[in-house]
Design a protein around this ligand. Sequence first.
Ligand SMILES: [Zn+2]
Length: 531
Amino acid sequence: MIRWCQLLRTTLTLLLLIFFLPVTGSTWRGSNQPKREVHAVWAHPPAVGNTVESVRKFVNQCKRANIDTVVILIKGAQGEIYWQSKRFPQAIAKGYESFDFLGTLVKEAHAQGIRIDAWFCDFIEGPNGAAYREHPEWAELNPDGTTTASEKLGHTKPYDYVWMCPARRPGYVDQWLIPMFEEVAKNYAVDSVHHDYVRYPGDVAPDSYCFCDYCLAHIPQYAMLSYKTRSEERYRVKFAQPRIEANWWSDPTMLPADWDRMDRREKADFLLNGRTIPGGPPDMRYFFYDYRQYQIKEYVRELATRIRGLDRKIEISAAVFKNPILSGRFIGQHWNNWTPWIDVFMPMTYRSHFAGSFESYLDHLTETTEQQLEWVNHERPVYAGIASTYLYREELQPIDDIRDRANELKGLAVDDAKVRAEKAHAIKTSFDAMKTHLAEVAPGTEKEIGALIDPIVVNDGRGATPTAIEQLVARMSKLRSDLPPGYFPPEKLLKAIDAARKAHPDGIVIFAAGNLTTEKLWPALETSFKR
Ligand SMILES: [Zn+2]
């Protein structure tokens, strides 16, 4: 009888193993087992809250949506951090000083079988952040010797960030950033750490950083534009070959003889616009781009060495731009060269990075995801990164336009009849574009907003009082932050996920949890991620 029981138990165990192995087994090409698609979500601390109850509620929502991994922001773009740091208490975000946010989230998530990936905004800091306040000498500088906070976003908005130099040692990387990763990895049971902003600033000034003193000295050294030994000996190009650039290997001294007397602008100009061969193409910036790619790669390698040297296995993931070849050129992020040090790639293949219609985005999302898997040679998992908000450009545009035109109307002189009429007309057109759909999903809201718009647009905007405009602006902002269910059609999110799936990525990662709540898209995700 006992032997039968044992046999039965062994058989059951074997059956269970056979049943579950294809699901939990290897995800790599080459194994014949089907991949188990990983579901992940990027989340910001406000989406999780700062009480045990709010954390639990958030984790329960993730569980309902079959989320396997929460990528939780713990170092934000202003340099603020969300763990109980002993080493960097001055960087802890307001409201998180006494609540063990990360510890609580790890505990609650693990209790539900959800992994936690700790997300760091690597090289971006705030002008009032602790790192820049204490070490202004660690910041990246442009040829004028100013930081990224001197740049403009769009044509008018100030750019409220300071990027830190990835190259300088000792500096931000070895004195601040890597110690932060280590502190988290040592003190919290996180499953993974996550790179973001692991690059140079590219949204405002791709070719202007970094020309700090350290980089001005090290770019020429990195490319060996001259020799340190016998530096007084200088060699001219031997024009032995008819093709002018073919004479590069005659070993000319590329650094100008008066380099040491040049100022920052002159040096930067040479490094960007100089020529390897006099009379040849202005190709010197090739070495600048190569140096930047090397510095980011070197940091990624260094971090991996440190994290993997700890006595517990912790994975490393990275949020990267959609095309590593282009981002290598523009932001030093040649990420398909990082496969030895990154365990999971999460390219941000957001619609905001594509120019065309929603339908064309779906095709380009499939194509780009396929190419990303090729770029990493299928050596590492790739999770397709989809941002929910940007899928809804058509739905958001009228809301933003009404709010913007109303704000412009507010600033107009009362007798500026022509422009007043234009703004009023634009508000009416935008509302016409959205009102049918809004009436379908929220008839009360449609009526309410219509009643606010009517007095503003009648009579070519002549009757638009400051109070009426203010009320409309406020109502549009409220609509934007609390959209009626269905205003963002869930089908668009489902279609985007399906378009990514056509390329067979290893996972899907959605940006971001807080938006899914505002946009009422969790139910759609629960459907799409059903197992
Ligand atoms: Zn630098």
